[in-house]
Design a protein around this ligand. Structure first.
Ligand SMILES: [Ca+2]
Length: 284
């Protein structure tokens, strides 16, 4: 058989496969639009052929925009871990999700959906690129996990450390949820860190600054995480100038990967460093 004929046969085979794939995706689309429960959808997706059709549907722009603007359907999708795993793996599906406030509202109300998006860099990149999606994600009741109220450097869980502590002002006292205790270093440049007992996707850092008349607060800092893959601390934010008031200052952190170790790297001009309270907030 000639090379030309073989190439033509190969092309026809690919077209047939595409038609079959499109046909299955159409059926997945029709089924999904009609489904009204996450359990039903999850059960249907246990069939490998259905799952493959659903994945093809996620990559079909027109279909996904219909799915994501139908609230009954989205409620079923966000309640199914299998469905959400397919959605967060698809750039096309995530673009449809962030373009629909109906879809984002369904995602941020669901623990299953929030855990799925937090585990996907594709999903988090899409979410942080859209103002409504980003603010809805940050405000989700399922993404408000922070450092627990510490009673020592290692209790009840995780580890609070700093580059240096002034005697009596240990690092964990910035993580004890009390404004009558504080951390203070004995240098103008320092860092203070908390290692979670599990990897966390952090979206916000909080600072309640020290209020000593002589200073000793945080003037400028960078939020960092420890990147195990390269074995070093990496900036999660630019350098931020922190107001020297004791209000709660929210620092946006928009890291798209989970990490266990987070810290404030502080660069003060004159005084030592200190804070009443610090926190890293996100989702496990
Ligand atoms: Ca404190």
């Amino acid at each position: 058989m000639s090379a030309v004929l073989l190439a033509q046969i190969g092309s026809v085979k690919r077209q047939i496969n595409n038609y079959v794939r499109q046909d299955e995706a159409q059926r997945a689309f029709v089924f999904t639009l009609g489904v009204d429960s996450g359990a039903l959808l999850q059960d249907w997706l246990q069939d490998a052929k259905n799952l493959s059709a659903f994945q093809a549907m996620c990559d079909a722009r027109g279909m996904m925009s219909d799915v994501t603007t139908t609230s009954v359907t989205m409620d079923a999708v966000v309640a199914s871990q299998v469905a959400m795993d397919a959605v967060v793996a698809s750039q096309v599906a995530m673009e449809a999700v962030i373009a629909s406030q109906t879809a984002m509202d369904a995602v941020v109300a669901s623990q299953v959906a929030m855990e799925a998006v937090a585990a996907s860099q594709v999903a988090m990149t899409s979410i942080y690129a859209n103002a409504y999606a980003a603010s809805a994600f940050v405000a989700s009741p399922h993404a408000q996990i922070g450092v627990p109220a510490m009673t020592s450097a290692t209790a009840p869980s995780g580890t609070a450390t700093s580059q240096a502590d002034y005697s009596g002002y240990e690092a964990w006292k910035a993580f004890d949820k009390s404004n009558s205790t504080r951390w203070k270093s004995n240098a103008s440049d320092s860092w203070i860190a908390y290692e979670f007992s599990q990897p966390m996707l952090i979206h916000t850092a909080l600072i309640i600054n020290n209020a000593e008349p002589s200073g000793n607060y945080i003037e400028k800092c960078t939020v960092q995480f420890y990147d195990d893959s390269v074995g070093q601390w990496v900036n999660a934010t630019d350098e931020i100038t922190v107001p020297t008031t004791t209000a709660t200052h929210e620092l946006p952190v928009r890291e798209i990967q989970k990490h266990s170790e987070w810290r404030f790297s502080i660069n003060n001009a004159t005084n030592w460093c200190g804070a009443f309270e610090l926190d890293f907030v996100g989702i496990a």
